[in-house]
Design a protein around this ligand. Structure first.
Ligand code: SF4
Length: 732
């Protein structure tokens, strides 16, 4: 065994000795503290900037590090999206980095596919194995049957994947399914670019199911905006009305909750529009472009029974909305479960009706800001959202998968995934899809990676001389360099793809993920009207701040070019309720995104598992919410185990009495039901996909019906502040 010589400094001088060899060789951990590298001073902490990757909002973060260990994540005060704030998911990022279930090195399959049996291999072998497999496929002219399937974030790994596939000769690029929230936001602009909703400056906010304080779009940015909306900075406090069948945390913060019937949100919006037009509440109000019938067919007096909200109340909300100084309508959640997006079209029509596009308190069409477009392949990559059978249909010769776990969110796809001849996963965790892989090449966590994210945020400016409120967009780029060295023997996927490309004789336009970021930053600066090249000083300042902003220039309102296109869209709202399904399945069932665990992608983070759901206080599990009146009729008691059955399947769940839900609706959160994904996630709760409520399948909410019966047996429900914590499952 190699021994090390240390110099020990004492009061009487220095002595050379051999020590510590009898203590199990702890010198390997002591050496870094004794001989620090030039970027480390023992005992001194550094705050390093990065970008949160735990939802698409991409908030700026700063991470406290000491001796190459990260100990705290906070919001970056310089970042225009979150301005120093951070949500619970963002705080839990440390548990992504130090998670004991991370895959610690490349692995190859040793058992049957899906058996979860793998053995560690070297990176050299892993890269060679993948290159040989892809080379073999290419030699048989089957390049086009190789699929790259990747999460939606537009980052360095994704751009590397685009170049990789372009060079390899396959255009089968599949990304995550579009959520109802994303589809709904798309309809707000009809221009393809997600707009920003100026909640901060609105005076009347009408949200149809958009849970912007929890999960919708950019929760930290909109929570801050909501604070401005409520405080108003000397203005009148804004009024907030929430329309949704189940009271979410966001609805609990509203002035008024209108529990409209499931699927009736589009009807509700058209009823409001009808009142505004018939009472001429806004000048020159043009009716919507309806696929059939006339707007008068949607008068509250005719539709109130279907919406299940009294006509007088709809009329009052319509008047309040139209007469407000700056009204704004948004939609998401339960209002966007219809695949064709008719509800969202009707709701966003309200914004056009009151003319709030690109106005303070309205819908801000963001400028297109894509300064790294020049670094992407010349032929634009077309990422198709995975929906139903598309994307994986009939399998193919190989599936490369990163940042997606379709075998969990849509278990029906397992057979299609298994139909691929070869599967390579870049996941850092052994999730349900990675279990099906032949080869695992684990990615770094986002705190160990290079990355760059460019977008535009909301900008508000008050002209002192005129007191005029001017709104527009603010281009920015978040730059992330590794906050800590890799914890395990992992590699950033962009770097792996570059190395596999070299083995295949392909050339990618950058040498590494770091090289990409260093090439991209000058392009971003140029797009912002700054000198492209950075001095050494500017580089270190950028590493500290983590964000590039436009230094000068006034906020500008953007053109209304998309409004004409949106006005042409036809709205086809059908009946909200399908009576014929009532007998066997008398209740509607909703599955909603868990505020902390998302659709299950964060179920392996114990801090988030331990975070009580704000409305039910449940932790570490799944539950079904049921109105106490409905429960009484079914003789169900709070906490009883019940069987929830839908035409697609059944699940056994603890019942939670929830007065804030319509009596004809039950609801259950996404987040749990993993069959693998580590000791904190696996074998806990249920996956709503087993009830036919697969995330992103776009099923109409009116198709999602259920019946509930008492199942018997002991409930394992754990709620915060009760005497039940001893029932927390012991992690496997
Ligand atoms: S909203 Fe939360 S999870 Fe999403 S990027 Fe911001 S801090 Fe991260």
């Amino acid at each position: 065994m190699k021994r090390r010589e240390f110099i020990i400094l004492t009061g009487s001088g220095a002595a050379s000795t051999t020590l510590l060899s009898g203590c199990g060789h702890p010198e390997n951990t002591l050496i870094p503290a004794l001989i620090p590298d030039e970027t480390t001073i023992p005992g001194v902490d550094y705050w390093k900037a990065g970008t949160c990757a735990l939802c698409p909002a991409a908030c700026g973060i700063v991470v406290r590090t000491r001796e190459h260990r990260a100990s705290k994540i906070e919001g970056n005060p310089l970042h225009p999206v979150n301005r120093g704030a951070l949500c619970a998911r963002g705080q839990a990022g440390l548990q992504v980095l130090y998670n004991p279930d991370r895959i610690k090195s490349p692995m190859k399959r040793t058992g049957e596919r899906g058996s979860g049996r793998f053995e560690p291999i070297s990176w050299e072998e892993a890269i060679k194995t993948l290159a040989e497999k892809l080379n073999d496929i290419r030699s048989r002219n089957l390049n086009g049957s190789v699929v790259f399937s990747m999460g939606a974030a537009l980052n360095v790994n994704r751009i590397a994947a685009e170049h990789f596939m372009d060079a390899y000769g396959s255009s089968r690029l599949v990304t995550t399914p579009l959520s109802g929230d994303d589809r709904a936001v798309g309809y707000a602009s009809a221009g393809g670019q997600a707009p920003v909703f100026d909640i901060a400056n609105a005076t009347y906010l009408l949200s149809f199911g958009a849970r912007f304080l929890e999960t919708w779009q950019s929760p930290v940015m909109y929570s801050l905006a909501y604070g401005d909306f409520r405080r108003g900075h000397g203005r009148k406090r804004g009024r907030f009305v929430m329309v949704e069948p189940r009271m979410s945390v966001t609805a609990a913060n509203a002035d008024e909750w209108a529990p409209a019937a499931v699927g009736s949100e589009g009807l509700f919006a058209l009823a409001i529009a009808q009142v505004i037009v018939r009472e001429k509440l806004v000048p020159n109000a043009a009716p919507p472009n309806l696929a059939s019938g006339s707007l008068d067919d949607y008068a509250p007096e005719k539709t109130a029974a279907q919406i299940d909200v009294p006509a007088e109340r709809i009329i009052r909300i319509a008047r309040e909305f139209a007469e407000a100084e700056r009204p704004l309508a948004i939609c998401g959640g339960a209002a966007t479960l219809d695949e064709d997006g008719e509800n969202a079209k009707a709701i966003h029509f309200l914004n056009r009706l009151v003319g709030n596009l690109n106005k303070p308190g309205g819908v801000l069409q963001t400028d297109r800001f894509d300064p790294i477009a020049g670094l992407r392949p010349a032929k634009p990559a077309n990422w198709t959202p995975l929906s139903g059978a598309s994307g994986y249909k009939d399998g193919g010769s190989a599936l490369l998968i990163h940042g997606m776990n379709p075998a969990h969110f849509a278990p029906d796809l397992r057979d299609q995934i298994k139909a691929f001849g070869y599967i390579a996963s870049f996941s850092p965790f052994l999730d349900e899809t990675t279990e099906l892989a032949d080869l695992i090449l684990p990615d770094h966590s986002y705190l160990e990676s290079w990355d760059l994210y460019a977008a535009a945020a909301r900008r508000t400016e008050k002209r002192a001389e005129s007191r005029e409120l001017k709104v527009g967009t603010l281009p920015f780029a978040s730059v992330a360099s590794p906050v800590v060295p890799p914890e395990f023997d992992t590699k950033q996927t962009a770097d792996v793809l570059i190395q596999v490309s070299r083995e295949l004789g392909q050339t990618l336009p950058f040498e590494s993920a770091e090289d990409f970021v260093k090439k991209a930053v000058p392009s971003v600066r140029k797009a912002m009207g700054q000198a492209a090249e950075l001095t050494e000083e500017e580089w270190s300042s950028l590493a500290e701040t983590g964000v590039l902003l436009v230094e000068h220039g006034a906020a500008s309102s953007t053109a209304e070019s998309d409004s004409a296109k949106a006005a042409d869209e036809k709205i086809a709202i059908g009946p909200a309720i399908e009576e014929n399904k009532r007998d066997d399945y008398p209740l509607y069932i909703l599955a909603y995104e868990h505020a902390a665990l998302g659709h299950g992608e964060h179920a392996n983070l114990p801090w988030l598992q331990e975070l009580p759901d704000p409305m039910t206080t449940v932790i570490w599990g799944s539950w079904v919410e049921i109105n106490p009146k409905t429960a009484a009729a079914l003789r169900i008691k709070d906490g009883d185990l019940v069987e929830v059955r839908t035409p697609a399947g059944a699940a056994t769940l603890p019942a939670v009495f929830y007065p804030g839900i319509r009596p004809d609706v039950i609801a259950t959160p996404y987040g749990q039901g993993h069959t693998s994904f580590g000791q904190y996630a696996g074998g806990r709760g249920i996956n709503p996909a087993q009830l036919g409520l697969a995330y992103g399948n776009g099923a109409r909410s009116s198709d999602s019906r259920a019946r509930v019966t008492i199942a018997g047996g002991e409930s394992r429900l754990v709620r915060f502040g009760t005497s039940l914590p001893e029932k927390i499952d012991t992690p496997r």
